[in-house]
Design a protein around this ligand. Structure first.
Ligand SMILES: Cc1cc2nc3c(=O)[nH]c(=O)nc-3n(C[C@H](O)[C@H](O)[C@H](O)COP(=O)(O)OP(=O)(O)OC[C@H]3O[C@@H](n4cnc5c(N)ncnc54)[C@H](O)[C@@H]3O)c2cc1C
Length: 407
């Protein structure tokens, strides 16, 4: 088939995948990616894991080498920022003043870290982590640091803590919740991870707020907390979540909620504009209301769904969300999406460091959190997809095979 240009804004996980999958689907029209970061698209997960630790290089985290884009005739405009969508003209304006037209526009603009409004947030040595440049800067500081304070006990905060401890840096994590990953995992899993990190030497300060980030000569020296302590720090990382990058869509008059609002085809109300990945809020069978998910799986599967539609094979998006996080010796894998208050049923023995927590909402399996239990995780994805009729008694019985239930 021969078509007009598919223009993709955002050269991250989702943007790359749309372009790649379009070619896999046999789309032979022009494809262009506009990406504000320099270089070719790369994977973000290693930025808080192996890359931060210095175990993999920049080249190793690139999704594909530069030659891939040439050989598949995918134009890459990077670093270039898209500043405006002219929907009437079907054009995108770039910061450089250039205009690119499209037949279909895919917004894959991702998300950016939330800032913190506290005195000292602007000091040298205070970071957020989203891109390669951030990871590079944090890694350099970690190499000579004695103390790090991480604000926010979310996935990124816990992963950075694992790396920092492994590098011998004294590590403090502050969070105003009473446990880590409050919105993402059950208290059972959170308590296990707290213990695991504490055993490795990370010091948690829960139910604690930051009063000030202190400094001297423009450089961070520590963090003053609401319970009157001063934690010395050579660097501070703020990991309090992200905000979807929606301003292009908003300025173009598209609907925004907790992300760019799309339907089950991942289309906005403008049938020539899709939105995918971290920036998109979509309806799903697996949660009571539309969701926005920040994960590689979500960005990749969204991208594949849009590419298939643009290649003439439209199907509604219906994938079970899943996610992983590496924290020291523990791999946490999550299938489905839980809500606070979902019941939590243990399968396995937490003391062995290998277990799963099955979450139930209104008698239906909503989510499974697995720690070092990859087989449970794979079965869980199928069980959730099939809406398999399960009971807490069934899943907690180690003699019951999850694979058989999923089959
Ligand atoms: C440190 C870190 C660790 C992570 N670890 C995991 C993990 O272990 N497991 C997991 O599943 N997920 C993980 N994630 C999340 C995962 O990386 C994201 O969900 C995924 O990258 C989302 O893909 P995306 O394409 O939607 O957005 P992104 O990959 O963020 O790409 C969006 C791109 O669009 C660009 N952009 C935005 N606006 C414009 C514009 N106007 N013009 C041009 N370009 C623009 C941005 O600069 C960015 O390059 C991690 C994320 C981070 C930051």
């Amino acid at each position: 088939m021969s078509r007009g240009r598919v223009l993709i804004v955002g050269g991250g996980q989702g943007g790359f995948q749309v372009a790649s999958s379009l070619r896999d689907e046999g789309f032979d029209g022009p494809i262009a990616i506009i990406g504000e970061e320099p270089g070719v698209p790369y994977q973000r997960p290693p930025l808080s894991k192996a890359y931060l630790m210095g175990k993999v290089s920049e080249d190793q985290i690139r999704l594909r080498p530069a030659s891939f884009y040439e050989s598949r005739t995918i134009e890459l405009f990077a670093p270039e920022r898209a500043v405006r969508i002219a929907r009437d003209l079907r054009q995108v304006e770039l910061e450089s003043g250039r205009h690119l037209d499209y037949e279909h526009l895919v917004l894959a603009t991702g998300a950016r870290p939330r800032g913190i409004r506290v005195a000292g947030a602007e000091l040298d040595g205070v970071f957020t982590l989203r891109g390669l440049a951030d990871a590079e800067a944090i890694r350099t500081q970690l190499e000579s640091a004695t103390n790090i304070t991480i604000i926010g006990a979310g996935f990124i905060g816990l992963e950075i803590a694992s790396v920092a401890r492994a590098m011998g840096v004294n590590t403090h994590i502050i969070d105003f919740a009473e446990r880590p990953l409050k919105r993402s995992v059950s208290a059972k899993t959170a308590d296990f991870l707290t213990e695991a990190h504490a055993t490795q030497g990370t010091q948690f300060h829960f139910k604690t707020a930051i009063v000030e980030i202190t400094g001297a000569g423009g450089r961070v020296t520590g963090v003053a907390t609401s319970n009157g302590r001063h934690l010395p720090a050579d660097l501070v990382v703020i990991g309090i979540g992200v905000e979807p990058s929606v301003e292009l869509a908003r300025d173009a008059g598209l609907k925004i909620d907790n992300g760019i609002v799309v339907d089950q085809q991942l289309l906005t109300a403008d049938q020539s504009i899709s939105a995918i990945g971290d920036c998109a809020q979509y309806p799903t069978d697996f949660f009571p209301h539309p969701i926005r998910i920040e994960s590689v799986q979500n960005a990749v599967d969204h991208a594949r769904c849009v590419a298939a539609r643009l290649a003439g094979k439209a199907v509604p998006y219906r994938k079970v969300p899943w996610f992983w996080s590496d924290q020291g010796q523990y791999k946490l894998q999550i299938a489905g999406v839980a809500q606070e208050g979902d019941d939590a049923v243990l399968r396995g023995d937490m003391a062995s460091g290998r277990f799963s927590v099955f979450r139930f909402r209104a008698g239906r399996l909503s989510c499974v959190e697995s720690v070092n239990q990859a087989a449970d995780h794979l079965a869980a994805r199928k069980l959730i997809e099939k809406s398999a009729p399960l009971t807490p008694e069934l899943v907690s019985d180690p003699a019951v095979s999850l694979n058989q239930l999923a089959a």
